[in-house]
Write a protein that binds this ligand. Structure first.
Ligand SMILES: *Cc1c(COP(=O)(O)O)cnc(C)c1O
Length: 387
């Protein structure tokens, strides 16, 4: 057995990132400023989007995106049950109702074939989530959006570096929201970014992120600026700091190498679990794509075991292997169970995955033998608990 605990995720922070943060600290300007602008420009260039607005989280990004799209009370937004709570929480926060559509059993992404049946006269937007960094079927989603005149908001928290049909997520005709939380593919400590092709939406989101103020502080306080400002709308305080962008500038340069290493580990796991009956590895979408491998999320076939998924995770911990849970389905959380009242069996694929899913360690800094240790530990737990 492994001697030292292997966490499920550790960020890869280099000297470049550390020096850039120190540079911010020494510069006299630590909040939103030139480094945020640099990071926004770098993300625009990387994903191929004309507009990008940096924020202090992806949750803030979802919030301002929904508001900029004009989603509010009485509206319905169609999304997936296999996501982090922030996706649906923000729909509720703008006064709208999340409508959950079941997932595909293999990719665990929203099943576009089931969306039409959920569209009503109140439906205003589709909110796909690129689960684990594998893109949703965006052609199918845009076709439905076009047919019913719906807006598209992509929760791309897992998907910086993901490509769909040769295009990077962030460059499509929608708003995409990226997360830079420490477990995500690149990190700014906490942080998020919204990307869009729509200048008006970008302008709205940019105003909303900082009090609705006409000009940002660093422009007002600079030598050329004037301290005066106007409030254009009642905004939030969602701005990213230069200290955070300092990390992002260097993380982004390393993203492709990070994804290559993540892919290598994911492929190792796929091969290692191919003939393990008790494990169902994630499956690959049929369309052309690049998976960013934010997460490696097999399903544990608990019907073949004497233990449930939560016990499986604690058994792995005893083997010194950390795990994550991405995700317990949205409608299994008390608030959404009570407010959405999803009929039994309506989201059967999400129910199935929710009870069996776990996230195995997957991060670029994993040492050579770490993936092997993980596979060995998983097999040990299975062998101890087979029915
Ligand atoms: C992490 C995550 C978010 C929230 O990101 P933050 O930057 O932590 O606000 C939203 N949606 C999904 C699917 C996520 O995994």
């Amino acid at each position: 057995m492994r001697k030292e605990f292997l966490p499920f995720s550790i960020p890869t922070i280099g000297e470049e990132e550390i020096n850039e943060v120190v540079d911010s600290l020494r510069s006299g300007w630590i909040t939103t400023g030139p480094k945020v602008k640099l990071f926004e420009d770098a993300v625009k260039e990387y994903v191929g989007a004309p507009f990008a607005v940096a924020l202090n989280s992806a949750t803030a990004g979802l919030h301002v995106a929904l508001l900029a799209m004009g989603i509010g009370p009485g509206d319905e937004v169609i999304t997936t049950p296999m996501t982090f709570a922030a996706t649906v929480n923000m729909i509720v926060q703008v006064g709208a109702r999340p409508v959950l559509v079941d997932i595909e059993p293999g990719t665990l992404n929203i099943d576009p074939g089931l969306i039409r049946a959920k569209i009503t006269e109140r439906t205003r937007a589709l909110l796909p989530v690129h689960f684990a960094g594998q893109p949703c079927n965006m052609d199918a989603i845009f076709a439905i959006a076009g047919e019913f005149n719906l807006k598209v908001l992509e929760d791309a928290a897992h998907a910086i570096g993901t490509e769909y049909a040769g295009k990077r997520i962030g460059s499509l005709d929608s708003i995409s929201v990226f997360s830079f939380h420490p477990i995500k593919n690149i990190t700014t400590g906490e942080g998020g970014m919204v990307c869009t092709r729509d200048e008006h939406l970008a302008e709205e989101m940019s105003l909303m992120k900082f009090h609705g103020m006409s000009r940002e502080a660093w422009k007002r306080y600079s030598a050329q600026g004037t301290p005066n400002y106007d409030i254009i709308l009642p905004g939030f305080k969602y701005n990213m700091l230069d200290m955070q962008a300092a990390l992002g500038i260097h993380q982004l340069k390393k993203l492709d190498a990070f994804i290559d290493r993540r892919t290598e580990i994911a492929e190792y796991y796929n091969a290692a679990f191919a003939d393990v009956e008790e494990i169902a590895p994630p499956s690959s979408a049929a369309y052309d794509h690049r998976h960013a491998w934010h997460l490696y999320t097999p399903l544990i076939r608990i019907e073949r075991l004497k233990i449930d998924r939560d016990t499986f995770m604690s058994e792995l911990k005893r083997e010194n292997i950390g795990t994550g849970l991405h995700f317990k389905a949205v409608h299994h959380h008390p608030y959404y169970r009570e407010t959405l009242k999803i009929p039994e069996g309506e989201l059967a694929n999400a129910d199935y995955a929710s009870d069996r899913i776990l996230s195995l360690p997957l991060f670029p800094k994993m040492a050579g033998e770490d993936p092997r240790d993980v596979v060995e530990a998983v097999k040990n737990v299975i062998n101890r608990n087979r029915k």
